[in-house]
Write a protein that binds this ligand. Sequence first.
Ligand SMILES: [Zn+2]
Length: 179
Amino acid sequence: MKVERIVVGKLATNCYLFISGQESAIIDPGDEADKILTQVEKTKTKVKYIINTHSHFDHILASDELREKTGAAVLIHEEEKKLVNFKVDKFLKEKDKIKIGSAVLEVVHTPGHTPGGICLSGKEVIFTGDTIFKNGYGRTDLANGSFEKLKDSLKKLAGLLKPGITVYPGHGEPFKINK
Ligand SMILES: [Zn+2]
């Protein structure tokens, strides 16, 4: 299993390539499809999924173009349905398991920043979108945000942030949970 980070777009969004064996997933293709594709080609993997942690524009702008060019299936949580303006192949729900190569990412529904925000939890890794960052958590003052829901999501996440886990947020540096 390997993770590559590509910083894209006006808001410096982290797009990640999650690679296991011959397969990969693109997480949060925020913009700059060509830059993402160039990086994907270097991995010599087949892109199985494009996973959007939530529907904000700075996380999804390259989703349609990459879907077209890679043939990968686009996934997002079902509670983002009303907010989506790009093509989606499958809506996700809590505890869905996404298989990439021999690795599995489990869907953790973490509403608050948006209603259908998700984290993706794997062995020793978690992708947190705009729910948590190295020095804080996501805004809840945007449309459809809820601070009450975010508080519950942060509690839920606390149980998953075990020592040794590397956190890959939607913006800023990834970081490791220390002992
Ligand atoms: Zn966002």
